[in-house]
Design a protein around this ligand. Structure first.
Ligand code: SF4
Length: 65
């Protein structure tokens, strides 16, 4: 599974961080950081994060192995 965040769309609102805190977080400057290749066990929370993003900035490729 690969994740991509379109930073031209992302507004750092953080819904993805609430939905999948093991994958998405904010750095000390409050910029979004994320694991671009999370383990398959995180597929459900990644899907919730993608669905939660109000600007549809999160793209997920591939599924659980
Ligand atoms: S929910 Fe979407 S807009 Fe908000 S921080 Fe995450 S990727 Fe960015």
């Amino acid at each position: 599974m690969r994740i991509h965040v379109d930073r031209t769309r992302c507004a750092n609102h953080g819904q993805c961080v609430f939905a999948a805190p093991g994958v998405f977080s904010f750095d000390d400057d409050e910029n979004l950081v994320y694991d671009p290749a999370p383990e398959a066990a995180r597929a459900a929370e990644v899907a919730r994060a993608a669905a939660a993003c109000p600007v549809r900035a999160v793209t997920v490729e591939g599924g659980p192995a």
